[in-house]
Design a binder for this molecule. Structure first.
Ligand SMILES: [Fe+2]
Ligand SMILES: [Fe+2]
Length: 349
């Protein structure tokens, strides 16, 4: 009895035996030349983030002074508030996802890139809040589709979905909106501010492009199918989002069809960069292209198409079964982007 009591005391003093959670093997992760190249790019994301960091408080104050304040017609104020409310809450979601990635992912360079992104997103969130406050924006719940996109990503059941959803789908959408607003020269403070956001967001996409292949490689066939179905569902919710913001796009002189095409190209281009890293072709691009064509035939028919319900349904079905001229054009644009080596909005700048 005294011996057992002594052992119990020793066990209590020693504490429970546990496996180490310090990842001592984190430097053993890269095995192929391709993985090593990706690791160097991810490391670059962190260092470029540090070299190009900007002070959000100072910058916004400078821009407001330079342009003599923020001045917009009331109708455009409301459109900017509604469209950029999505960006505002999206920045918070990106902050949460990147902080989770920084915590969860093990290879050093990807962890550094995610940590750098979390720092950027914190700045994007508070600066967007400060800018929208100048327009009289009061934080409120987003419309259903935009709310759903962010919740789907935040509640996704694996890191790969969070990474593809945030870094390769939502971030390219944000870049699309930034590009369209800048091209339309809508408001000088915002337009100049967005150039700083764009530079940062391009690095965040690079995190997705260079790390996602490592997660996809570990998926079973069933997981890969589930992953692709989830992406197609996200594309459809994104299009619901365009539908609910359509009037705001038009108030700013932006054609929703053009917004869809640019967003689609940026997202699919990021997808091609991922499949290039993987060295295999996945059917997701063709699937998504057909689904988008069908949805456009239903909700945004081209001018030469009939507007009747039956005609739109017929064209939507045809778009699912056959490649439309629109789908072929998107794929030609993607081929050209890959050939030219240009990656607008998806470089590790
Ligand atoms: Fe951001
Ligand atoms: Fe971002």
């Amino acid at each position: 009895m005294p011996l057992q009591a002594t052992r119990r005391i020793v066990r209590t003093l020693r504490g429970p035996r546990s496996q180490s959670i310090v990842p001592y093997d984190m430097f053993d992760a890269h095995q192929t030349a391709k993985e090593l190249r990706s690791a160097r790019k991810l490391e670059g994301v962190y260092h470029k983030g540090q070299a190009k960091v900007w002070d959000g408080k100072d910058l916004l104050a400078e821009l407001v002074e330079k342009h003599g304040g923020v001045d917009l017609p009331p109708q455009q104020v409301e459109a900017i508030k509604r469209l950029f409310a999505v960006i505002f809450w999206g920045e918070l979601a990106a902050w949460k996802v990147s902080a989770e990635l920084a915590l969860e992912i093990e290879p050093l360079e990807a962890k550094m890139a995610a940590t750098s992104q979390a720092h950027d997103e914190a700045r994007h969130f508070y600066v967007m809040h400060d800018y929208l406050s100048l327009l009289g924006y009061q934080p409120e719940q987003l419309p259903p589709a935009a709310n759903r996109i962010l919740n789907e990503i935040l509640q996704a059941d694996c890191l790969a979905k969070k990474l593809v959803g945030m870094q390769l789908m939502v971030e390219p959408i944000a870049l699309t909106l930034f590009q369209l607003v800048r091209e339309a020269n809508i408001e000088p403070v915002l337009c100049e501010l967005l150039t700083y956001y764009e530079r940062d967001e391009a690095r965040h996409i690079a995190l997705g492009v260079n790390y996602l292949p490592q997660l996809i490689k570990r998926m079973s066939v069933a997981q890969l199918v589930d992953f692709h179905i989830w992406q197609v569902r996200m594309f459809l919710i994104e299009l619901d989002g365009v539908r609910e913001m359509e009037q705001d796009f038009r108030a700013l002189g932006i054609d929703p069809r053009k917004a869809i095409r640019i967003g689609q190209t940026k997202q699919l281009h990021a997808g091609r960069l991922v499949t290039t890293q993987l060295g295999v072709s996945l059917p997701i691009e063709d699937l998504v292209t057909r689904v988008i064509e069908a949805r456009m035939a239903l909700d945004w028919p081209s001018e030469d198409a009939g507007t009747g319900r039956r005609d739109r349904l017929r064209r939507a079905l045809a778009a699912l079964l056959h490649k439309t001229p629109g789908a072929r054009k998107v794929q030609r644009n993607l081929d050209e982007l890959m050939r030219s080596g240009q990656a607008p909005g998806v470089s590790a700048a």
